[in-house]
Design a protein around this ligand. Structure first.
Ligand SMILES: [Zn+2]
Length: 122
């Protein structure tokens, strides 16, 4: 893939990542709002500390099955950005062939070429 094309997809992926981060941030704020609603007035520092520990643990045991669809999507995008860094972006991780531009434009974080994707889904 040409460096110019790589840059093009990188920008798309970064924009998408930022959008997802915002979405997840909003979600988190909403969740916190709910769980701290019962605490009248001041927020218990103990509870916040416990929440921090809980989220740290959750991050360590990250399994794709436990992630929300946004988080899964975010992971795919982060992986795609890593592949851009390694210059392996746009190459099928299974058969090593180039993924078509048409497919990458539709699915910028695609790891597999259309053929392999169809085989996987079968
Ligand atoms: Zn392939």
């Amino acid at each position: 893939m040409k460096a110019k094309d790589m840059k093009f997809f990188k920008q798309i992926l970064i924009k998408e990542k930022e959008r997802l981060f915002k979405d997840l941030d909003e979600k988190e704020k909403n969740n916190l709002g709910k769980s701290f609603k019962d605490i009248s007035g001041e927020v218990s520092s103990h509870k916040i500390h416990m929440a921090d520990i809980a989220s740290d643990n959750a991050e360590e045991n990250t399994s794709l099955d436990l992630l929300s669809s946004e988080e899964k999507h975010l992971k795919q995008i982060q992986n795609a950005l890593k592949r851009i860094e390694k210059k392996s972006y746009g190459i099928c991780t299974k058969c090593g062939k180039e993924i078509s531009m048409k497919r990458l434009k539709a699915v910028p974080f695609a790891e597999l070429c259309l053929n392999c994707q169809q085989t996987e889904e079968r």
